[in-house]
Design a protein around this ligand. Sequence first.
Ligand SMILES: [Zn+2]
Length: 114
Amino acid sequence: MIPVKIQCGCGQRYAFEIEPVGGRMSSSVACPVCGADGTSAANEAIAFTLSVQLSQPRSSREMVMLLAVLGCLVAGLAGVVKALNMTGGFDVLLCLLGAIGAFGLALCVYFWRR
Ligand SMILES: [Zn+2]
């Protein structure tokens, strides 16, 4: 159910809750004072409410951030492990730099979202 508030042309305000069907009113609605049809206004209100809800998927966005941080940490750890298994000097240095970069990216993402 989403709340719908309508300001009628006659100045009357009325509100109700509706379970939208396909993002629209499932039945028509009329102003309780003058009887003017408020269905199209209600459809606009529903579309607005739904778009606001869609643009703020707060929990899923935090989930993506968490996954990004975890991914960077895993990449950093993989770089360290790879560096430890190497014998050469320059490759180890490159791997460690990559690992440090991955850790830094993870920290940046983590603090940036706060
Ligand atoms: Zn009215």
